[in-house]
Design a protein around this ligand. Structure first.
Ligand code: NAD
Ligand code: MG
Length: 398
């Protein structure tokens, strides 16, 4: 109808799992959304196909050689899309005056700069890229507030919490006693912990319920994904670390819960399909068709819940350790984990050594005063932590 305000959307990380699911939802609502920009790190052919389908104003590739390939292919087709390269282009386009909404679906700290740019420019910022908030912390939240941005969580747990809370944020603190982030427990929930050292990248990336990027798949297996989500929730909902708790729920039907002051518990349920939180991010405060199947309560077996076993998932406790340590320590933990996961995927370290590397880097790299006051300071801290973790990884390599 004429009352619908069209949104021009910039999708950062459009070739990934969240990126392609975002375009799937957008395709269902051509009357609502225009794709203004698409971006990817590699996979030129996939980005090329997306550009041909969506004809965005811009296509962004941080890597100049990849951008050149894409530009050549598009020129042959007579495409009018302009290809930009360099990391700065991501931040520039995320803050472009004609952009209404930014889907932040890049993986890792690399997404922080464009997220900050979108926040400062007051965009609707749909955040899948949890690492950006784990690294950015208070600076990120300040940018959202000062820029007047609308920060919408895309992580399914955080979207669930958000959906259980009133639209008026000033009522949140009064209402919440604590939140329960649910976790599937990953692919090794019942595996003998003594055999974790034999886990291969293929085993870790075979997630029981749906296909995700390789980094988050490994993080789900170690529970570092939940550790990052605890920190993410702390910032999104302005909670104390002890107000964020974790519960294993293998069926992934309850996406997370809010326990209120009066012990009333609010939960958000649905089939595990990322298009639901994505659609909510795109349409909030309205609701639109997402493509997800309705939950069939008759076919549903039981729902079960259990406390996390910290011996099986030692990484989980690092979340609270990093939040209790000097500000910036969560950025150190994130950097260590990015290096550890990459080293594991490259078969340089074993699965169980991911935790060893994270723990030792967190203990060894200390943020300095001022590191967390600017993007440059945070990125320098991130680099210091990466260098330390890389050195440890080389020492562990067989
Ligand atoms: P993915 O690996 O499938 O996709 C990542 C995308 O980012 C790709 O388009 C890639 O080209 C791009 N990219 C990677 N590194 C980049 C860099 N340095 N600079 C610019 N672009 C880069 O990952 P994903 O599973 O879609 O996850 C994306 C983010 O969403 C992650 O932070 C993840 O934790 C979060 N998330 C994912 C899911 C899921 O179901 N996949 C659920 C919740 C949250
Ligand atoms: Mg999640």
């Amino acid at each position: 109808s004429a009352s619908i305000q069209r949104q021009r959307v910039c999708v950062l990380g459009s070739t990934g799992s969240i990126g392609t699911n975002t375009l799937d939802v957008i395709a269902r609502h051509p009357e609502r959304y225009d794709v203004f920009a698409l971006s990817a790190m590699s996979r030129v052919d996939e980005l090329f196909a997306q550009v041909m389908r969506w004809q965005p104003r811009y296509a962004l590739m941080p890597d100049a050689a990849a951008a050149r390939q894409l530009r050549d292919k598009l020129r042959d087709e007579g495409s009018r899309t302009e290809v930009l390269d360099g990391a700065q282009a991501l931040a520039d386009i995320a803050a472009h005056p004609e952009v209404d909404s930014v889907m932040a679906a890049i993986v890792g700290a690399a997404g922080l700069a464009p997220c900050l740019a979108a926040a400062r420019a007051g965009k609707r910022l749909m955040l899948a890229n949890k690492e950006a908030l784990v690294v950015g912390g208070a600076l990120f939240m300040q940018a959202v507030q000062q820029g007047g941005a609308m920060l919408l969580p895309i992580d399914s747990e955080h979207s669930a919490i958000f959906q259980c809370l009133p639209e008026d944020r000033s009522a949140w603190a009064q209402r919440i006693d604590h939140i329960l982030l649910t976790s599937s427990g990953g692919p090794f929930r019942t595996r003998d912990p003594a055999t974790m050292r034999e886990v291969t990248p293929e085993m870790a990336c075979a997630h029981p319920n749906f296909v995700m990027g390789r980094k988050i798949s490994v993080d789900s297996a170690t529970m570092m994904n939940k550790a990052l989500e605890v920190i993410e929730a702390r910032w999104l909902f302005d909670l104390k670390p002890e107000q964020v708790r974790v519960l294993i729920h293998p069926q992934q039907i309850v996406h997370s819960m809010v326990v209120c002051r009066d012990n009333s518990v609010l939960a958000q349920l649905g089939t595990p399909d990322m298009r639901v939180p994505i659609a909510y991010g795109l349409s909030f405060p309205e609701r639109i068709e997402s493509g997800a199947e309705a939950l069939d309560f008759h076919a549903l077996g039981g729902l079960s819940f259990e406390p996390p076993d910290h011996a099986r998932y030692p990484g989980l406790a690092l979340s609270w350790a990093a939040m209790a340590a000097p500000e910036g320590s969560t950025a150190v933990l994130n950097a260590a984990n990015e290096v550890a996961v990459a080293a594991f995927l490259e078969r340089q370290i074993r699965f169980d050594q991911i935790h060893q590397l994270n723990e030792q880097t967190l203990a060894a790299v200390h943020p300095e005063a001022g590191d967390t006051h600017s993007l440059e300071g945070l990125l320098a801290l991130d680099q210091r932590a990466r260098a330390h973790a890389q050195q440890l990884a080389r020492g562990l390599a067989p």
